[in-house]
Write a protein that binds this ligand. Structure first.
Ligand code: HDD
Length: 745
């Protein structure tokens, strides 16, 4: 090569060397320019594994432990390793050809790390994607022993459970408090095989035949063109579907009622929906419907609270559940069954028990309590447990069998099928959360993600090689019994029984069972939802269904929409209301409720500490609200005027009247009030949402400035203790119901 070319090459070499030197950071102890990271802690001995992180069992064909190496658990040793166990020097820098050079393909650690990350997400559930799960225990009372041979229902039996609550429509990241049905799925790890009770917080369903499930879900999910609205039923395709499928009217009415916006998972009922068939030791059968009765009663949010929470705290229900469990306020439900005679007609009091759009009113068949569920442990890892848990209606123990409800029959196919895509193969029952606690001895082999190291050579039967194992179990050996129900001879058809055509009588029953305030909420919900629809024909068609349920309901919604009220096209059903369906009128424990306490750091704080202690003592959670964070006196502040909002609290106590802070949003009436406008807003909202409010001392000024001093459920007391006592009494009824206007009787 020529002289000038050589000189140019050298110049480039020198220049790049200089640049490299200039760019090499001078870090002591880091030859080669790799900065050392200052660790906030020093390596220590591995933590003992948490109990629930214990190595999952590996299964042999006989259900015995193989003793084979078990799966690894996260963060239990001091040193970072690759997935293969090689210790790593650095996980913060890719391997490069020089500090400014390209990344090398040979960086196996980089590729392993990124590849694994790229595949961290699995498909969300096609419905019920948003949910929260918890572990617990079920204790049987023994009261079901006469009707079912199920071992876990025998007196005193304790069974581990995992429960997952969910909304139906929203994506995994959607808000908890949207108007929707809630899933209530319980996995009982019984010693006779896992039992999954996959129910909802509403006892009826939209459709009568599983073949229509894709249709209703397509209609209810966001519109396919713009993918909006998220987690809402207030849109045209939903109301198009339900107004065209009048069998959906009963469930829709439940959705429009306060049941569609629960206060907490802890204050929801649960229902198995379908009728199941129980079989006892003697082989006698009964039909049954499952109910979960919450210890805290059934309570809901108001629609405005639900909407505000969607923005203020989209995780409201999840947080509430986990906070309660971590605080030791373990949520409890009693399991109940309605036992109904197993007659050839499969009806009770004229109600078709195979129709999942129908209930059996509790007044006609009492709910007999058979055991208690206590949720006492939050998941250790949300993905591993709550995301990967897989429920299936075909997970049945001996003593509980299915019926011919056509919705149930289709579900028996869907739940296993969906896991193949969602969990990536047929071995999902080997994922730790899905592992039965009963010994497993199946002849299922191989497949994606096989975790078991099956011994033996003869996974077939009969065989003469593995000692003949496994053998079928007899009736006296806890075998599952398919109840030999007679199948009547009938033509093969795609058709429903005639009784399935009654779409309005039970919707009317539900409506007539509501208190005036609950009716008012239902009217407003329909008016909101239909008001969000664009197509006039859809609103008119839905009004027609409402006319067939109840003329007054229809008239009020029609007025709200500015549309004429149609005449009923069917005779109004003559039904007897079921008082058990109303949420109003009782008194319940207030365990785990939140009480906001507004304090003025410059005011009289004498009563604050004792009131706070008394709220704790009552099993509730006091949250101090102050102009600034940190402490007031020596009490910790949980919410400031900037971070707190009324919707977080079940009741409000005013211990002071804080003056407007410099960062307060200016209020239009700033000249006439002496209190921070955010406190006035807090009180206004609590008042509007019918919450109990108590004040003493300077706190009473706030009530005066909002103008609610003499209102029902607003207490002015001489001391903090008195204010709390009165507020606590009011909270037993959940809300100050008389504060809501009611336009219907
Ligand atoms: Fe379903 C999930 C409840 C009808 C198909 N369903 C799912 C979950 C609950 C319910 C609580 C969430 C389970 C979890 O937390 O993992 N589903 C119901 C109730 C129904 C009902 C109470 C009527 C009485 N479902 C129903 C029908 C079909 C499905 C008719 C299909 C024909 N459901 C599914 C599914 C899901 C599911 C696609 C989604 C994720 C999953 O199963 O594991 O298979």
């Amino acid at each position: 090569s020529s002289k000038p070319a050589k000189a140019a090459k050298n110049a480039v070499k020198t220049a790049s060397k200089k640049i490299a030197e200039a760019l090499t950071p001078e870090v002591p102890g880091a030859p080669g320019g790799t900065p050392t990271v200052e660790e906030p802690t020093t390596p220590h001995d591995p933590l003992p594994p948490k109990e629930e992180q214990g190595a999952p069992q590996t299964r042999t064909p006989t259900g015995a432990e193989t003793g084979a190496p078990t799966t690894a658990n996260g963060q239990q040793g001091a040193h970072l390793t690759t997935a293969q166990g090689a210790r790593l020097r650095d996980t913060d820098h890719s391997l490069k050809a020089g500090p400014r050079g390209p990344t090398l393909l040979q960086d196996h650690h980089l590729r392993e790390k990124i590849t694994h990350f790229d595949h961290e997400r699995i498909p969300e559930r096609v419905v019920h994607a948003r949910g929260a799960g918890a572990h617990g225990v079920f204790t049987a009372y023994g009261t079901a022993e006469q009707v079912t041979r199920a071992g876990f229902l025998k007196e005193g039996r304790e069974t581990d459970v995992f429960v997952r609550f969910s909304t139906v429509l929203g994506s995994r990241g959607s808000a908890d408090t949207v108007r929707d049905a809630r899933g209530f799925a319980t996995k009982f790890y019984t010693d006779e095989g896992t039992f999954d009770l996959v129910g909802n917080n509403m006892p009826v369903f939209f459709i009568q035949d599983a073949i229509k499930f894709p249709d209703i879900i397509h209609a209810a999910k966001p519109h396919p063109d713009r993918e909006i609205p998220q987690a809402q039923s207030a849109h045209d395709t939903f109301w198009d579907f339900v107004s065209l499928h009048t069998e959906a009217q009963h469930h829709t009415l439940w959705n429009m009622s306060d049941r569609g916006i629960p206060r907490s998972y802890r204050t929801m009922e649960g229902f198995g929906v379908h009728t199941f068939r129980l079989v006892n030791e003697a082989g006698a059968t009964a039909l049954a419907k499952f109910h979960w009765k919450p210890k805290l009663g059934v309570h809901s949010l108001t629609w405005e609270e639900a909407q505000m929470l969607s923005g203020m705290d989209p995780d409201f229900h999840r947080r509430d559940l986990y906070d309660a469990i971590e605080a030791g306020a373990f949520p409890e439900w009693e399991l109940g069954i309605q036992v109904l005679p197993d007659t050839p007609e499969e009806t009770f009091a004229g109600i078709d028990l195979l129709d999942p759009t129908k209930i059996v009113p509790e007044e006609l068949a009492a709910v007999q309590l058979v055991g208690k569920l206590t949720l006492n442990r939050t998941p250790t890892n949300f993905f591993a447990e709550t995301e990967q848990v897989a429920f299936h209606l075909g997970h049945l123990p001996p003593g509980i069998d299915v019926t011919n409800d056509p919705l149930l029959q289709g579900r028996l196919f869907s739940y296993v099928d969906t896991q193949l895509t969602r969990l990536g193969g047929p071995n999902f029952s080997q994922i730790p959360i899905n592992r039965p606690h009963a010994p497993v001895n199946d002849m299922l082999r191989d497949g994606f993600h096989q975790q078991a190291v099956h011994a033996g050579v003869a996974p077939y039967r009969p065989n003469s090689l593995d000692g003949g194992n496994p053998f079928p179990a007899g009736d006296d050996e806890h075998a599952f019994l398919d109840v030999p129900v007679t199948v009547t001879e009938a033509p093969k058809v795609r058709a429903n029984p005639a009784s399935f055509d009654d779409h309005y009588s039970q919707a009317r029953l539900f409506w007539l069972s509501m208190s005036p305030v609950e009716k008012e909420h239902i009217i407003r919900a329909y008016t909101f939802e239909l008001g969000k629809c664009y197509h006039q024909a859809i609103k008119e068609r839905q009004l027609q269904s409402l006319a067939n349920i109840d003329p007054e309901l229809c008239a009020q919604v029609a007025t709200g929409l500015g549309l004429p009220t149609p005449e009923p096209t069917v005779p109004l059903a003559d039904v007897t209301p079921s008082p058990a369906l109303s949420q109003v009128g009782g008194e319940w424990p207030a365990d785990g409720r939140t009480v906001g306490v507004v304090v003025d750091p410059d005011g009289d704080l004498d009563d604050v500490a004792p009131v706070r202690a008394a709220v704790f003592a009552a099993g509730m959670v006091p949250l101090l609200i102050a102009p600034h964070g940190g402490v007031v006196g020596d009490l910790p502040v949980q919410r400031t005027f900037a971070t707190g909002r009324s919707v977080e609290f079940d009741a409000l106590l005013l211990a002071g009247a804080p003056a407007p802070a410099p960062d307060a949003v200016p209020a239009p009436d700033a000249g006439t009030t002496t209190v921070d406008p955010r406190v006035l807003l807090l009180v206004e909202e609590c008042w509007r949402h019918a919450k109990a409010i108590g004040a003493w001392g300077a706190g009473t000024t706030v009530l005066e400035q909002v103008g609610v001093t003499d209102s029902p459920g607003v207490v002015t007391a001489g001391s903090g203790a008195q204010a709390l006592a009165s507020v606590q009494e009011l909270m037993a009824a959940h809300r100050v119901w008389e504060r809501f206007p009611a336009s219907v009787a």
